[in-house]
Design a protein around this ligand. Structure first.
Ligand code: SF4
Length: 258
């Protein structure tokens, strides 16, 4: 059971025309980027394509790839959502699930989102909130590790959600303030029950039937292959400390005049 409820994720979708089309398009798009990065690494005589030396010059390609990747994911959602038997009850301006500690953010998504954020007047305020939430999450996780249990990370994620820290990017209206740039991890959560049950007291009960939309394994592997090309940047995979790490690399943006 995940932190958001008892619904088992659907890992196999029926290969409808829409599913085959969406996954084929996404696969080709990802293969092209993986091959581009492999060739770039080879040309640079490096094991991986992206590092601190060429991050600035690679920014335009990274932005355009990330935008395409997120668009393909949205196309995939359109293709698979009709297969969920109970539909979804999520709606604009809900944001009840935007109190989790977002994990599994790809490095190119952090770069893309940070590039957007750094043009905003509220960047410093957002980073301060990212810092306080990161400190809080790791304190909770440390405690969970000391206490032991089957899955301290999962317990920590659950405990963090229960404390109700809103995402630094959520607007007072409940909408996401970085909607067009939000990572795929934020695009995967849905609920087939009313939003009133997407709160801590109903988590992991039958009343909260939230679920995650997963990609096919081979597509996940392609994304992982692409992300390994960023490993020299050593970006954390969680959203808030990932953005803090990007802030340390701020000079890459000024060098690239972006
Ligand atoms: S980035 Fe947006 S969608 Fe993701 S948790 Fe924050 S407010 Fe919610």
């Amino acid at each position: 059971m995940g932190i958001f409820g008892p619904v088992e994720p659907m890992s196999d979708y029926f290969p409808t025309k829409a599913f085959v089309r969406a996954t084929t398009l996404m696969r080709s798009f990802l293969i092209a980027e993986r091959d581009r990065l492999d060739a770039l690494a080879l040309a640079r005589n490096r094991e991986k394509a992206i590092d601190n030396e060429n991050l600035a010059s690679e920014m335009p390609s990274i932005f355009s790839f990330c935008e395409g990747y997120q668009k393909h994911f949205m196309g995939y959602l359109t293709a698979v959502m009709p297969q969920h038997p109970h539909g979804v009850r999520c709606g604009p301006g809900c944001g009840n699930c935007c109190k989790h500690f977002p994990m599994s953010v790809e490095p190119f998504e952090l770069i893309f989102l940070y590039a957007f954020l750094r043009t905003s007047d509220s960047l410093l305020d957002s980073l301060e909130k990212c810092l306080s939430r990161t400190h809080r999450f790791y304190a909770i996780r440390e405690k969970a590790e000391v206490e032991g249990g089957e899955d301290p990370e999962e317990n920590a994620l659950h405990a963090y959600f229960n404390e109700g820290h809103p995402c630094p990017f959520i607007l007072s209206s409940g909408s996401c303030g970085v909607y067009e740039h939000r990572p795929v991890t934020c695009r995967m959560y849905f609920s087939e029950t009313s939003p009133e049950f997407c709160v801590s007291e109903y988590l992991q009960t039958e009343r909260n039937r939230s679920f995650i939309v997963y990609l096919p394994d081979d597509i996940e592997e392609l994304i992982a292959d692409i992300s390994t090309h960023y490993e020299f940047l050593a970006l954390p995979e969680s959203l808030y400390d990932g953005l803090l790490a990007m802030n340390v690399m701020e000079s890459a943006f000024t060098q690239g005049h972006l």
